[in-house]
Design a protein around this ligand. Structure first.
Ligand code: NOJ
Length: 541
């Protein structure tokens, strides 16, 4: 087994809660994932990244973990997880689990012990407790804001405050405390011993805080939306240099295994600091959210691609490409919005203004997958994008579960619209998701995206993804390595060569001729001679 399999892998994100429900309780689960492994094998993916399935009160969809080394009964059992590992491995599909080191759940026994203990105790030192400001300590210790809205501090009955970058149910750990570090080493070894192939590291850039008294205020610099790059490189809690000490330690733990376990960072940092996370003695890969946020323009994509490739080349790593995940508006929908529209604001108005052009979004989503899968590096696909799923922007307020909705007082709708349970079969209850009522309502007509409807249709999204993932694997054998060579095809066109493959995407309105050679795949199907607006093609020289 190659120890660097992840460098150019296709990794499929399973948002477990919304993937497949085996027992009819309305929530996806691990046996549900097992039941779809044949589908995933057919899709041709190399690995699955499973979002957190650990015991959790679900204040933030499982990113509030109350036990890092077990399975929440709503998702199954450890034995179910072992079965999933075995069945996936039997199909040569690797498994990546999601580690949440920045914070736990307020129901975690360590936080409960901290609440029960006195100020200044070792129990409190595992978290970030401080006295408040003001005459009676009635003001938060600093102006730090939660990413989900409101202050990043909450007060406990004895008058101290604890810090939480996310919701109040997610207290931040104190990573300067060796006991916290040791416990996470145990967690990494626990899952590695079970046989997982890697880890996705949640909020990898947030672990280390500047806790020197008096705490430094940020003066509002943190009110940026989730995933925006932090301001500068000396922020009190984002992207601090000391965080790399943690990952150098983790590297040693990950390297205890053969092959070494993969670690991929979710780090919302600036492009020039992202490579620091993937130096040889740290993590392996980091999500490239600049690609996800790139406006639909040839020169912007070229800039993002060039800088991502140069960044990782400087440290000998490989990059990643991401278009969607469980935190952002699905890209089919984003690509149907006029350039410059903020998807979060658009969602706040239930997706009415400006109206999304779904036909345009669909065309661009089809074109973009050929671009993504032709680039060197790993491609991370989000469940349902292979079905062409759009965002569900108009979920009724009473159905919303994302804490962002409540914490922003309803000003932001949150991320539920990209988490709606998958449609598998148009003719079954809940479109084949499971026998029960899904935890988020599926819109009427959701069945038209079902896998069952696309099966056997050569023009479907699913067929395009299957063919592209498979063709990519064959091409990689012919063109290993991390290089691409740009071809000048006009300022609205992105075209490059990678080994024998030429990939071309026309972002502009004027049709352009398809390069000479054999058309392997096109985003519109068939073998076009010309590429129209928002169309892409793979050509073999
Ligand atoms: C990033 C995760 O992707 C997101 O879903 C979660 O809410 C935050 N981290 C907090 O854990």
């Amino acid at each position: 087994m190659s120890s660097t399999w992840w460098r150019d892998a296709v990794i499929y994100q399973v948002y477990v809660r919304s993937f497949a429900d085996s027992n009819g309780d309305g929530t996806g689960d691990l046996p549900g994932v097992v039941s779809k492994l044949d589908y995933l094998e057919e899709l041709g993916v190399d690995a699955l990244w499973l979002t957190p399935f650990f015991p959790s009160p679900q204040a933030d969809g499982g990113y509030d973990v109350s036990d890092y080394r077990d399975v929440d009964p709503m998702y199954g059992s450890l034995d179910d997880f072992r079965t999933l590992l075995d069945e996936a491995h039997a199909r040569r599909i690797r498994i990546i689990v999601d580690i949440v080191p920045n914070h736990c759940s307020d129901a975690h026994p360590d936080f409960q012990a901290a609440l029960a203990a006195a100020p200044g105790s070792p129990e409190r030192d595992r978290f970030i407790f401080r006295d408040g400001l003001g005459e009676h300590g009635e003001l938060p210790p600093s102006d730090w804001q939660s990413k989900f809205g409101g202050p990043a501090w909450d007060r406990v009955p004895d008058g101290q405050w604890y810090m939480h970058i996310f919701s109040r149910e997610q207290p931040d750990f104190n990573w300067r405390n060796p006991a916290v570090r040791e416990d996470f080493d145990r967690t990494l070894r626990f899952w590695s011993d079970l046989g997982v192939d890697g880890f996705r590291i949640d909020v990898a850039h947030g672990l280390m805080k500047d806790l020197e008294a008096p705490l430094r205020n940020t003066c509002g610099a943190d009110n940026a939306p989730l995933l925006s790059p932090p301001e500068g490189d000396n922020h009190p809690f984002w992207d601090r240099d000391e965080v790399h000490e943690v990952y150098r330690e983790w590297r040693k733990v990950l390297d205890e295994y053969d092959p070494p376990r993969l670690a991929v960072a979710e780090a919302g940092v600036s492009l020039d600091r992202l490579p620091l996370y993937v130096r040889q003695d740290e993590l392996d890969q980091a999500f490239n959210f600049f690609y996800l946020r790139c406006p639909w323009q040839a020169d912007e994509f070229r800039r993002v691609i060039d800088s991502a490739l140069a960044g990782v080349a400087s440290v000998g790593a490989s990059t990643s490409w991401v278009l969607s995940n469980h935190d952002v508006v699905r890209h089919r929908t984003r690509y149907g919005l006029p350039n410059g529209t903020d998807p979060v604001k658009w969602l706040a108005g239930n997706g009415t203004e400006p109206p999304a052009d779904d036909a345009l979004g669909e065309k661009r989503a089809r074109a973009s997958v050929l671009l993504t899968l032709a680039l060197p590096g790993a491609a991370y696909l989000y469940q349902g994008e292979e079905l062409g799923l759009p965002e569900v922007p108009d979920l009724p307020a009473e159905a919303l579960r994302d804490p962002i909705y409540e914490r922003t007082g309803g000003r932001e709708k949150g991320r539920d619209g990209c988490r709606v349970p998958l449609p598998w079969n148009a003719d079954e209850p809940a479109f084949g998701f499971g026998a029960g009522t899904p935890w988020l309502p599926q819109p009427q007509g959701w069945g038209r995206y079902a896998a069952s409807e696309q099966e056997g249709d050569e023009g479907s999204f699913l067929a395009l993804y299957r063919r592209a993932v498979r063709a990519r694997r064959q091409l990689l054998a012919l063109a290993p390595g991390d290089g691409i060579e740009w071809i000048n095809a006009g300022c609205d066109v992105l075209a490059f060569r990678r080994g024998p493959l030429q990939c071309m995407l026309n972002f502009g309105p004027t049709p352009v001729p398809v390069p000479a050679g054999r058309v392997l795949l096109s985003s519109t199907g068939g073998e076009p001679q010309e590429l129209g607006a928002d169309e892409s093609v793979w050509v073999l020289a």
